[in-house]
Design a protein around this ligand. Sequence first.
Ligand code: PMP
Length: 398
Amino acid sequence: ATLFAAVEMAPRDPILGLNEQFNADPNPNKVNLGVGVYYDDNGKLPLLKCVAAAEKQMLEAPKARGYLPIDGIAAYDRAVQTLVFGADSAAVKDGRIATVQGIGGTGGLKIGADFLKKLNPNAQVLISDPSWENHRALFESAGFTVGTYAYYDAAKRGINFDGLLTSLNAAAAGTVVVLHACCHNPTGYDLSAEQWKQVVELLKARSLVPFLDMAYQGFGEGIAEDGAVIGLFLASGLDFFVSTSFSKSFSLYGERVGALSVVAQSKDDADRVLSQLKRVIRTNYSNPPTHGAQVVATVLTTPELRQLWEQELAEMRVRIKQMRGQLVEKLRSAGVKQDMSFVTTQKGMFSYSGLSKEQMQRLRSEFGVYGVDSGRICVAALNSKNIDYVTACIAKVC
Ligand code: PMP
């Protein structure tokens, strides 16, 4: 037998499989709502003006590309801290946060997972039911056993909050709880401020370890509004983790720009944590790439570019909200009897549409409208040209 004879074929990524099916579909009206990216009203992936401007500046003063420090560009790490925790936060001022540049949000999560595994090898990890499909695989590949806490309530079209509290109450001390800071993927349902307060208290009372995944800051209600939950955690005095992704908020998916921040109770703790995070990075990929983080740092720290970014992010957010509103409106006028208004209470790029697997399959095979079998659709892939077709098709399968 050859060395690789016993290698099993790994399961296909379900969403990439959907993309392949979509690309092969000859239907001229086809629409891909299975993706996890923001498209503009022309169905194009945007290149933000603030990004192009920062790149122009960088090109005009080209620099040699030496190795970055293991934890990344210092100005970038500082800009991430300021954005996520606020320039005036005591934790930032006291040096109680260890922030490292990551290879996208995924990289930030993985650095945190590898560090946590060394810190507490027997801890369990809990993710929401359902969650971003890579959460489970990522923490499992770091060596953890991954369970779930109750989250989505299909009948209620919302959050099973009592179930969530029950799940967290049953978790052993030291359990790592992965929470979506805003714009929950895949459901679109976020906790209310009041519910967050209760969750923070419970995490603290039960000595659980919060790991906030912030992949969509600015896509819900605004940069500050979506980041408000971080303030609650800071005020709680808990030790906690935050992964950051700029893939969506800067439309820089392929540049892999993200970060991990670990909030500690003293600078001394944070310094030792940082030394260990660097060790994780060093043994995985040595040090991060330069370009994307330099773009983001330039935009975040140049007042005019920062303002432009906030405008462009607001445009993306507002367009998504318009699509949510129109989806509900157009389904109603197309004669759909069910109340679909829950779509406008959801936040971020995704919507759990409430459509069944059978309905999603019919949408694909009969109409070329591609969403995930779970009923998840990407609202950010709807636009003024395809929304009438999509709503007409949904109405037909309802
Ligand atoms: N967390 C969540 C909830 C996500 O949806 C995503 C990406 N879709 C990520 C993390 C990873 O982001 P990145 O592409 O920056 O690695």
